[in-house]
Design a protein around this ligand. Sequence first.
Ligand code: 9MR
Length: 460
Amino acid sequence: MTFEPARERGRTPGRMRSAVLGVAAGAVAVSAFIALSGTADAASTLGASAGASGRYFGTAVAANKLSDATYVGILDREFTMVTPENEMKWDATEPNQDSFSYADADRIVSHATGIGARVRGHALAWHSQQPGWVQNLSGTALRSAMLNHVTQVATHYRGRIYAWDVVNEAFADGGSGARRDSNLQRTGNDWIEAAFRAARAADPTAKLCYNDYNTDGQNAKSNAVYAMVQDFKSRGVPIDCVGFQSHFNAQSPVPGDYQANLQRFANLGVEVQITELDIEGSGSTQADAFARVVQACLHVTACTGITVWGIRDTDSWRAGGTPLLFDGNGGKKAAYTSVLNTLDGGGTSNPPSSSTPPPPSGAACTATFSTNAWSGGFVTTVKVTAGSSALSSWSVGVTLPGGSAVTSAWNAQGTGTSGAVQFANVSYNARVAAGGSTEFGFQGTGSAPSAAPTCTVSLT
Ligand code: 9MR
């Protein structure tokens, strides 16, 4: 079996959506495949190891640490997803009404793009870290300000965000299963769906997530979130993913039903993502807990990735609990090795959200797809999965319904815009490891394709 260099393999999913490519008729001759040979190399970083099953491994990043060489060295080497820790929050991005400030967040996005990592946007609407002017609003003025904020920020980053935490922490702790009381909640119970609709309209290519803590096992709070997601799915409110923050310590350990809880959400047809993982402790106890979390994600096909909430223990919002994978000097802790070994142990490939069956064994390549459609338009994401041999290039054929047209594509080069459209790999995602996968997507007007795409390949 031929493997790609680990760094490249890890970076492949990290490139997703970072390049938005115009679809020009005849731009690429899809038959001009060039076989590339790979180098045998075991996965050796978090991003590369997670990438082997199509997942990402991310971290929260603080803009003011981008001048710290040790921090940046680890970031660039290990991670394929980046979440700005504070820089995209409402107080940071709109400190005064209608006056937007993106400098710090832009630096992080630009750094992420530079290393081929994707970005999780965090967070558009939240009761906390609101600027003073928002805290003083209520009623329709607050509702309008919130929707304007969601629209403006999601528009600023349109096409550059893998997933947005559209709404963060909107449910109460404890056994009530109620919404958290907040100024946003007091604008009306529909504030969450209004935020999601505004985010979809502003950036149709970003996955839209609900994100919360203490929802990591089945309990009254996660049941309430589950009911909301089920309701949104049944009414067509745009939601694509649920984030499980996963802040653990001795008082709040990894729940025994962590995997089962992820799976029940996945069964609703959303991606699940571990969004802010940290586990207080040290040594093998901490290492084992991290392994349980990683294993749970690997066992849930729809669990598309894991983000830890910081790089070194000293970078953590709760540094005293030493909850991260690197020590204060940037050294790899036992928890790091445990995570890496667990990732290397494999798991199911993702994402599952496909409307076509999994690849028959022995097929050189299969393409599955999922679609977000709205009146007059759609975004389709296609997952290309290699069979038992590595691919050196691939091409996917999609048939669009009459009257529909592709308007843009990312992570692929399109030929044609209507009828039978062909999408070929671009340079950075040509190679797919045996059993591995890569994703591309396209946006269009009219109705979405409904028939399964066909995939053809050149083998390494
Ligand atoms: O890590 C963040 C810390 O630097 C901030 O001071 C804090 C302010 O609320 O937010 C921390 O991040 C939180 C995240 O945005 C939402 N979930 C809980 C995180 C830890 O508090």
